[in-house]
Design a protein around this ligand. Structure first.
Ligand code: F6P
Length: 327
């Protein structure tokens, strides 16, 4: 990319994540400082397909740093999946004089970004999803806030579970990934954590864990389940049928996606937004901003989409050590 960037579009796409607004603010403020104009694109890729946009300047992003959700709205665009939809999106960019798009979201967003880049529009991706399941980056904006929200809820549940000496089954988000469940489970001292990355052996992973915990003298049990494992209600019923406990089931649901971003998410959003615009300003397009060994780097989108990361299963050993019996 050798032309000077004069105008960029910014959008948020896929499931929202706390810190998306902070990232939008960082993109706009950094761009302004570089003499680059910004256009806000509404509802993810749909905003390009249906020409739904508005000008963004420094004032327009005042007071959004601490706000959850996204002022740009978000969507999972069906229209953008078709070649016709993508052609319309590229035409909107040409019509608006947009040299590049900063797309904030997860893997699905970056797949869209790659397609748009093939139509001649430069794109930079910023990873944001509470699932933290983007292969090319250690961290995604929103994960820390979602963890803290879930921990706060589960701490409250524990109070009442402890009083009544009950078993609690709590479902956290994560259709395909167990990052949230495992980090949260460790943070609340869960009796057991069930994640999609580990094949469920009910006796080993649930019944035996409760038995061990009982041997340690515990009278309440906290089972954290990632939604991708299956219904928390079914797990609760199975616990009842197999060992006679009467679990209470709580599905935390979309509450985990809301709320004011934590300091970690705000700081990460500021740095990633800055890095995205600076990459464009130095002529580097079609990349994703990633965290790698504590530093921020950019990776070509195509490469970024091929990368996978593995949940650090040693966290399981830590979890189990917290409930080991005395030897
Ligand atoms: O944001 C990711 C995620 O929270 C997944 O964990 C969950 O399965 C999914 O989004 C649900 O999103 P929605 O209800 O918006 O389709």
């Amino acid at each position: 990319m050798d032309k000077k960037i004069k105008r960029i579009g910014v959008l948020t796409s896929g499931g929202d994540a706390p810190g998306m607004n902070a990232a939008v603010r960082a993109v706009v403020r950094t761009a302004m400082g570089q003499g680059i104009e910004c256009i806000g694109i509404r509802r993810g890729w749909n905003g390009l397909v249906f020409s739904d946009f508005f000008p963004l300047d420094s004032n327009a992003v005042s007071h959004i740093l601490a706000a959850g959700g996204t002022i740009l709205y978000t969507a999972r665009s069906q229209e953008f999946l078709s070649p016709e939809g993508r052609d319309k999106a590229a035409a909107t960019c040409r019509m608006l004089g947009i040299d590049a798009v900063v797309a904030i979201g997860g893997d699905g967003t970056f797949r869209g970004a790659l397609e748009l880049s093939r139509l001649g529009v430069d794109v930079v991706g910023i990873p944001a999803t509470i699932d933290n399941d983007v292969g090319c980056t250690n961290y995604t904006i929103g994960f820390d806030t979602a963890c803290n929200t879930a921990v706060e809820c589960i701490d409250k549940l524990r109070d009442t579970m402890q009083s009544h000496e009950r078993c609690s089954v709590v479902e956290v988000m994560g259709r395909h990934a167990g990052y949230l469940a495992l980090y949260v489970g460790l943070s609340v001292g869960a009796t057991a954590v069930l994640i999609p990355e580990r094949e469920l052996d009910f006796d080993r992973d649930v019944i035996e864990r409760i038995r061990q915990s009982r041997l340690m003298g515990n009278t309440h049990f906290m089972i954290v389940v990632a939604e991708g494992v299956g219904s928390a209600y079914e797990i609760g019923k199975r616990i009842h049928d197999e060992i006679g406990l009467d679990p209470r089931v709580t599905v935390l649901g979309h509450i985990q996606r809301g709320g004011s971003p934590t300091a970690r998410d705000r700081e990460m959003a500021a740095r990633m937004g800055y890095a995205a615009v600076m990459a464009l300003a130095r002529g580097e397009g079609n990349c994703v901003v990633c965290t790698h060994d504590g530093a921020l780097v950019t990776k070509p989108i195509e490469q970024a989409l091929q990368e996978t990361k593995h949940l650090q299963m040693e966290r399981y050993a830590v979890l189990e050590a917290m409930h080991a019996k005395n030897t």
